[in-house]
Design a protein around this ligand. Structure first.
Ligand code: NAP
Length: 298
């Protein structure tokens, strides 16, 4: 049985970060502009702390300005909103990202609505979602944008491909479907109420799984030769009992990788596929936002 090409998101993201760093150097030299990203973390969710640290480190490594605002878990909605307002008005900041999830007493929708659409580098505001759906230039949610970059790298032109996206969240499934539609794919969005998911998936030339259920997509759900993008992340204790006792976890995707790689034409692994693309696209979005805010052509 032939084996799928394994899509190396880690290597692709590293190359992308180099390109972004080179662009930042030009913006500094030719326009005196240093793109700036502010990340706000409320509380001490362990996974969020890791993500926020990586975002700060990679922003600095690309030569950009980075600010991380760590707020206590009992921060009030009005305190958080006034910080967002301040960042919206700060000329050194071009991207504002509030790390989700936030503690239960805070409203994610209200926080997103407070972020200036021009600085919404997570692409979550209604304005950016609407612009994407209307075919206008938009800041697009980083993970779907990263998936598209990988798909275009593997497949080139996507015109006419049948694409199935499993998941319909505002963060992932919906923008993914919009991006595939904009690339002239024929798109189906599946979700928890979809009937006969395996049959829907078997029609897909491109299958994007963004659910969060470990190994839900089996090998026999995949059309031979299809390109499979596995966005899902589920955490389990490490297989090494000593590491597990120390709290180390391993990541598992939505796709049963060992089965799928014997059927698919190309597939992203978990970890090392989609994951590394997210921060690289966040940096790219921050550079785009900085250029648009300063009237510099893209
Ligand atoms: P989410 O908001 O929980 O959405 C999950 C989606 O999956 C929902 O639309 C849900 O359908 C659907 N779903 C749940 N059970 C299903 C089932 N049995 N069959 C078909 N569909 C089902 O999650 P998300 O934010 O979109 O993220 C999805 C996954 O991607 C998570 O594992 C997350 O950790 C991962 N993720 C990874 C990255 C990365 O950088 N790699 C970034 C973002 C997210 P309903 O709408 O009907 O409930």
């Amino acid at each position: 049985m032939s084996q799928a090409k394994i899509i190396d998101g880690k290597a692709f993201a590293a190359k992308l970060r180099e390109t972004i760093a080179a662009e930042v150097a030009v913006l500094k030299a030719e326009h005196g502009l240093t793109p700036g990203l502010a990340v706000v973390l409320v509380g001490e969710d362990p996974a969020s702390q890791v993500y926020v640290r990586s975002k700060g480190e990679q922003t600095l490594a690309a030569g950009m300005h980075s600010e991380t605002h760590r707020l206590p878990a009992d921060t009030s909605q009005s305190e958080l909103l006034s910080l967002v307002e301040r960042l919206n008005d700060d000329p050194a900041i071009h991207g504002v990202l509030v790390q989700f999830p936030v503690p239960d007493h805070l409203s994610q929708a209200t926080i997103v609505a407070a972020i200036s659409p021009d600085k919404d580098v997570d692409g979550l505001t209604v304005t950016n979602a609407g612009r994407l759906a209307s075919g206008l230039p938009a800041l697009t949610s980083c993970t779907p944008a990263g998936c598209m970059a990988l798909l275009k790298d593997v497949l080139g032109d996507l015109t006419g491909q049948r694409a199935v996206v499993i998941g319909r969240s505002n963060l992932m499934g919906k923008p993914m479907a919009q991006l595939l539609l904009a690339a002239d794919c024929t798109v189906t969005i599946a979700h928890s109420r979809s009937l006969d998911l395996p049959t829907i998936c078997r029609e897909a030339d491109i299958l994007v799984a963004a659910v969060g259920r470990a190994e839900m997509v089996r090998g026999d759900w995949i059309k031979p030769g299809a390109t499979v993008i596995d966005v899902g992340i589920s955490r389990f204790p490490s297989r090494d009992p000593v590491a597990a006792a120390a709290g180390k976890t391993r990541l598992v995707g939505d796709v049963a990788f060992e089965e799928a790689k014997g059927v698919a034409g190309a597939i992203t692994p978990v970890p090392g596929g989609v994951g590394p693309m997210t921060i690289a696209m966040l940096l790219a979005n921050t550079v785009s936002a900085a250029k648009r805010i300063n009237g510099i052509a893209e």
